[in-house]
Ligand binder design. Structure first.
Ligand SMILES: *[C@@H]1O[C@H](CO)[C@@H](O)[C@H](O)[C@H]1NC(C)=O
Ligand SMILES: *[C@@H]1O[C@H](CO)[C@@H](O)[C@H](O)[C@H]1NC(C)=O
Length: 902
């Protein structure tokens, strides 16, 4: 194994003023990049400015282990070197270092060393490890990440990222570490990462491995908008991002300022000597530091020589085993560590500054954002900044950058179909409130979008700890925005971000208006009393009338003199036969009174008790009837959620697993908690799959027996659509619909801003008005009902009082039939009395009855001409008698005339 084989060059034999040749030793790994050789072996303007072109001696010797490293260095020392530049591979570096210390040759490293050197003679141009770790943390902190997943190759990464791992490591947002092996299939890991709400991934492995991982991440669809990567390898910028064609936000860290004009010039110089041209983006940090180290060393050497003309700077061959040391070695070392290199000079990784042990304590770290293969420095840090890196973008610029990013992709907007938010039109496009809203936003932000339809907004599965539906895809960042009637809840907020609410609402109760046509009862007038009461009353009526009859027969006061003029009548008369008793009681209970009244004390007493009973009964009836009719008109008396609790007739429910359901489920407020218990314990499920099903159930329920808890905006819409529905009570809570987006989406603030603008300009209200009022399809049954519905609620329709008319008609009809029977009966009597045939009598009576202008009737019917005279005389006499006064007993007269006739 030749891994530690090192090429050695002795180069830079400086043709000094005193024609002395001074060599700088450089050891290289065998498989070193050609550019590293170019960097050392150079003929650029720097040397020309010094007025000399260096004579380069090229020395190549292979070393395969510690021993040969030892050997190679001793050979170099024997040729006379004033410094050694060597890589810091573990087994060889300590040997080389110890020899250099012994010989007092400045030993220059340009690679990372995890343990800071505290030996004189060693100068490491690679930043001090502690400071670098601090810098990493500061840069990551400036990106404001809450948590992230770290994918790393070797445990060395953990040392490098030790300060990063201490950032914000809270219980809720743990930093997840996953070790990967190079050449692994990383896809499974990425799939897991995708399911995480966090979208930030730190990758720390070799450049090749980083590239592979990004390729596989792309296959899994992770190199998309809303994913953020942090590539911790300082050389990650050399990856060719154009071929990855990514729209995700990749940030990397570098010691190299890629926009430094010096780098450009330097690369040009190197390219002059190369066959394969390179560009600035391909220079690794190691190469830049190697360049800086060589330049810095030579420059300091010249400075020292210029300053001190007395000392002869000669080539001093040294022998490893002897005690002789390099005479200017120590001076070189202390001069170098005391000097600094400010930015703006030749150094590519400026500022350069050392402590007295030769550890580099000043440098600048850059946070570089790579989006769509464009690189931009967004933050920087140097050790004087301690924990806070400088972030170049203002928050507005940050939002702008995110929006700009959005413009380069086809934005996927997830939505749920449902009126009035989103409906599919005939030509397969969409329309609705949600569409209008997103269109307004897209127009302002200038992006294009497509709709992805979902059936479910998504619920959280406690077992798998995953969301499904729309929210699930937002969590996995498969879509960029979610817009529908999506309530902002704490639970959802823990998985996705929400914009400001574009609509405010609260849970309210949807109920049905009483359906007058269907519910009205023609015999509503019977309702005030129970059937039993009616039966009792009728029975009582019969009994009391009979009892009154008996009382009247007993009561002496009711036996009256039929002829008031005769003070000593032979007979007394009682008008209270059964007929009159029934008439009196009926008249009084109908509150009409009666033309005849009892006169006896006991009968009066009985009658008054009946009146008392009637008074109470009729007043109760009237009062109750009024109440009943009102109730009939107004329907149920549910006015609030509390009213629902107080009754058991009306059932109530919500959408299954929706936000409304969780509101009741999680409520501590006793009313809502009890409502929830009732809902849960209801025998038939009161939960419906969707609002539409709930509305159907409310409409279908008989006698308003079902109420549905829904969000007020949907209730408003349904009421607008169907006039049979109504909203009951106020809002139980207060919340809003927001546009959902993946956690930490950079464009959230821009959308918030737009929603505020739309709100202030009244556009949101217009949109709502349009979709809720103008574009609404009214239920056909409502158009028939029209405006009468309002008046119907204040007046009694025929339907309510029809029964009274029926009673009247039937009663009068009965009376008429009765009259007919009476008439026929009377005809029969007359026929018998007058010795006529029945038909003759009927004809006479009918003839008379139709002659409505005759208002007086003869007591006896007259058979036309035949018996005319006789009856005329009799009727004349009768007339006279009648006019003589009422006191003449007509009965006597009647008897007399009858007798005579006989
Ligand atoms: C590092 O260099 C910069 C630029 O020259 C300087 O502002 C800063 O103070 C230096 N930091 C330290 C720790 O010396
Ligand atoms: C990329 O991510 C970084 C860190 O989170 C952020 O500062 C930067 O603004 C993002 N860029 C865009 C275009 O979103």
């Amino acid at each position: 194994m030749n891994i530690f084989t090192v090429f050695a060059w002795i180069i830079c034999s400086f043709n000094l003023i005193y024609t002395l040749h001074v060599n700088l030793g450089v050891l290289h790994h065998e498989e070193v990049d050609e550019l590293n050789v170019n960097i050392i072996n150079r003929r650029d303007r720097f040397y020309q400015r010094l007025g000399k072109s260096p004579r380069i001696k090229f020395l190549q010797r292979g070393i395969s282990d510690i021993l040969s490293a030892n050997h190679t260095l001793c050979e170099l020392a024997a040729e006379g070197i004033i410094g050694l530049i060597a890589p810091s591979y573990p087994p060889v570096a300590p040997i080389l270092e110890s020899i250099c210390i012994k010989l007092e040759i400045p030993y220059i490293e340009y690679m990372r060393r995890t343990v800071s050197a505290d030996q004189e003679m060693t100068i490491n141009f690679f930043p001090d490890d502690d400071l670098l770790a601090e810098g990493y943390a500061a840069i990551v902190k400036s990106m404001k990440w809450n948590s992230f997943t770290v994918l790393y190759e070797s445990s060395e990464s953990l040392v490098k990222l030790r300060n990063v791992l201490q950032l914000n490591a809270t219980k809720d947002n743990p930093i997840i570490l996953r070790q990967i092996r190079p050449g692994d299939d990383y896809r499974a890991i990425f799939k897991k990462v995708r399911k995480h709400t966090e979208n930030t991934i730190v990758i720390d492995c070799s450049v090749e491995c980083t590239r592979n991982m990004l390729m596989q991440a792309k296959e899994i669809g992770l190199l998309e908008l809303n994913f953020e990567f942090f590539l911790a390898n300082l050389d990650a910028h050399i990856i060719d991002f154009t071929s990855l064609n990514t729209s995700s936000n990749i940030t990397t860290i570098s010691l190299l300022n890629t926009s430094n004009p010096n780098l450009h010039h330097q690369v040009k110089d190197w390219n002059d000597e190369r066959e394969h041209q390179i560009h600035e983006g391909q220079v690794t940090v190691e190469q830049a530091i190697l360049h800086d180290a060589t330049t810095f060393f030579i420059k300091r050497f010249y400075e020292l020589r210029e300053a001190d003309k007395t000392t002869r700077f000669e080539r001093e061959p040294l022998v490893c085993d002897e005690d002789k040391t390099l005479s200017i070695g120590y001076r070189m070392f202390s001069y170098m560590v005391s000097k600094t290199e400010e930015p703006g000079g030749r150094a590519l990784t400026a500022p350069i500054q050392f402590n007295k042990f030769g550890n580099r304590i000043n440098f600048t770290l850059y946070g570089i954002e790579i989006i769509r293969s464009e690189k931009e420095i967004i933050s920087s840090w140097d050790p004087s900044m301690k924990e806070e890196a400088k972030y170049y973008r203002t928050s507005t610029e940050q939002v702008e950058a995110a929006v700009e990013n959005l413009r380069h992709v086809l934005v996927k907007v997830g939505s749920k179909e449902g009126k009035p938010y989103l409906t599919r039109t005939e030509n397969d496009t969409f329309e609705g409130y949600a569409y209008d809203l997103i269109e307004a936003i897209a127009k302002q932000m200038n992006f294009t979008f497509e709709f992805i339809r979902y059936n479910e907004t998504g619920v959280y599965d406690k077992e798998t700890k995953r969301w499904n539906g729309l929210i699930g895809d937002l969590v996995e960042r498969k879509i960029h925005l979610g817009i529908c009637d999506l309530t902002i809840t704490e639970n959802r907020r823990s998985a996705v971000d929400f914009s400001l609410p574009f609509m405010n609402l609260g849970i309210s109760i949807l109920h049905r208006k009483p359906n007058v046509e269907v519910d009205a009862n023609k015999f509503a007038f019977m309702d005030p009393f129970d059937v039993e009461v009616w039966i009792f009353t009728v029975t009582l009526y019969v009994i009391i009338s009979s009892v009154l009859y008996v009382i009247c027969r007993f009561a002496p006061g009711d036996w009256e003199n039929p002829h008031p003029c005769d003070p000593h009548p032979e007979e007394l008369e009682n008008i209270w036969d059964l007929k009159n008793c029934f008439w009196l009681t009926l008249g009084s209970i109908m509150t009409q009174g009666c033309d005849i009244l009892p006169k006896g004390i006991s009968s009066r007493m009985g009658a008054s008790m009946w009146w008392f009973f009637s008074l109470i009964m009729t007043s109760s009836y009237t009062a109750n009837l009024a109440a009943f009719l009102t109730k009939e008109r107004m329907g149920s008396t549910i006015e609030s959620a509390e009213d629902l609790l107080k009754q058991t007739k009306i059932k109530y429910g919500t959408v299954l697993n929706g936000a409304t359901m969780s509101f009741f489920k999680n409520s501590n407020f006793s009313t809502y908690a009890r409502l929830w218990t009732n809902m849960e314990q209801s025998k038939d499920s009161v939960f419906e799959k969707s609002n539409a099903d709930g509305v159907k159930r409310v409409l279908a329920a008989k006698e308003q027996r079902f109420a549905f808890f829904m969000e007020s905006s949907s209730i408003e819409y349904e009421i607008e659509k169907n006039c049979n529905l109504k909203s009951v009570g106020g809002r139980l809570d207060s919340k809003g619909y927001g546009i959902a987006m993946p956690m930490n989406a950079g464009y959230r603030r821009a959308i918030d801003q737009l929603i505020l603008n739309l709100q202030e300009s009244g556009k949101l209200a217009d949109m709502k008005n349009y979709w809720w009022k103008e574009k609404i399809e009214k239920d056909p049954s409502c158009e028939e009902r029209g405006d009468t519905e309002d008046s119907a609620s204040s007046e009694l329709a025929l339907a309510n009082v029809g029964g009274v008319f029926i009673v009247l008609s039937v009663g009068v009809a009965l009376a008429f039939v009765l009259a007919l029977f009476e008439f026929l009966w009377n005809v029969q009597q007359v026929a018998v009395e007058e010795h006529m045939t029945y038909t003759e009598a009927l004809m006479v009576e009918l003839k008379f009855a139709v002659k409505v202008w005759i208002t007086k009737k003869k007591a006896k019917p007259v058979l036309s001409a035949s018996s005319g005279n006789e009856s005329d005389t009799r009727s004349l006499a009768q007339k006279m008698m009648t006019s003589a006064g009422s006191f003449i007993n007509l009965d006597v007269f009647e008897r007399l005339s009858t007798g005579r006739n006989n």
